[in-house]
Design a protein around this ligand. Structure first.
Ligand code: PEP
Ligand code: MN
Length: 342
């Protein structure tokens, strides 16, 4: 539910609406608008309460109309927040006209590996460095990540090169530590519906990149983002990384590019595309990265490793620095063709 105020409404009238919403045990949120002030109700309103609340608010002085929000998500919805969410981290603007590329290894493996990769992706135009320190691995015998040491290396390379960093956090209790070392918390696909983790990440207020669960619907994805927003993080990036495929013979997942324009319609949050996990195969990554830019993604995330054959995770979908450098001008041309930059 959202209350649109008349253009002539006074501050006192707006305050009265806010007080009245709160009196119904609902959460009022003042939404800035160009000409009209609007107040959103960021709570689920039960069907029996809805008509009473609607009537009570409609009768207040200064109220233009009370609009019902049809979506299950509120703060993530464009109905609540009409303009795109745009934010800047270390001078890098996310969600604006520029599509930003994130490159880096699946896992931070060593100082030389992360420094070499970071320098290469930055030289080719990447604005964000990725690297997992806490890895969600299917097998407990697979490399689990360097943990805190990986975070320390990311911080060191991020500070030295002045590049934005992103790394996955898997446990709610690790949120403060990961937030201390990297610029963006990644919530991985497997944890998209780990609600204690979403709550902890949201409460940190740290920027977050939320990956879509492999079998999550768009509403579930946006409701997961709603948890982050509701608990206090405004800087949320959504990332499509492929959903369960009907055929795993040739690709690891099915990169669901429909999601990008659908999300751009439904939400104001920036949307990234990860064609590395989306395809699982290096050969297909550049083509699907180009497709991601073409369909309007605000960012592309790929995996880059100096020696993919030796990678401790996801070597089969990693680009070499040379392949990454070859892909970047192609992405720039696609971006330019749709009136954006890279
Ligand atoms: C990753 O980014 O390395 C990763 C594990 O991604 P996802 O959560 O999308 O599988
Ligand atoms: Mn990976």
């Amino acid at each position: 539910m959202m209350v649109l105020m008349q253009a002539t409404a006074t501050d006192a009238q707006v305050d009265e609406v806010i007080t009245r919403i709160a009196a119904f045990q609902a959460q009022p949120i003042r939404l800035p608008g160009d000409d009209h002030v609007a107040i959103g109700v960021a709570s689920a309103i039960s069907p029996d309460l809805r008509p009473r609340l609607t009537e009570a608010l409609s009768l207040l002085p200064g109220v233009e109309s009370v609009v019902q929000i049809s979506r299950p998500f509120k703060l993530a919805s464009r109905e609540f927040h009409r303009t795109d969410t745009v934010f800047t981290i270390k001078g890098v603007t996310i969600g604006g006209n520029q599509c930003v590329v994130t490159g880096g290894p699946c896992s931070v493996e060593s100082r030389s590996q992360i420094f070499e990769t970071a320098r290469a992706v930055q030289a080719a135009g990447a604005k964000i460095l990725r690297g997992g320190a806490y890895k969600p691995r299917t097998s407990p015998y697979a490399f689990q990540g360097l943990g805190k040491e990986g975070l320390e290396l990311l911080k060191e390379v991020g500070d030295e090169l002045g590049i934005v960093t992103v790394s996955e956090v898997m446990a709610p209790e690790d949120v403060p530590l990961v937030a201390e070392y990297v610029d963006i918390l990644q919530i991985g696909a497997r944890n998209m519906q780990n609600y204690p983790l979403l709550i902890a990440a949201g409460k940190s207020g740290h920027p977050a990149l939320l990956k879509r669960g492999p079998s999550a619907t768009i509403d579930e994805f946006l409701l997961a983002a709603e948890y982050l927003l509701h608990h206090g993080t405004e800087r949320v990036i959504l990332c499509e990384r492929g959903i369960i495929p009907i055929d795993k013979t040739y690709t690891r997942n099915t990169l669901d590019l429909n999601t990008v324009p659908v999300l751009k319609y439904l939400t104001h949050l920036p949307v990234f595309v990860d064609p590395a996990h989306g395809t699982g195969v290096t050969r297909y990554v550049p083509a699907m990265a180009r497709a991601g830019v073409a369909v309007g993604a605000d960012g592309i995330m790929v995996e880059v490793h100096p020696n993919p054959k030796e990678a401790l995770s996801d070597g089969a979908q990693s680009l070499t620095p040379a392949q990454f450098a070859e892909m970047m001008p192609e992405l720039a041309r696609v971006a330019q063709a749709i009136g954006r930059s890279l």
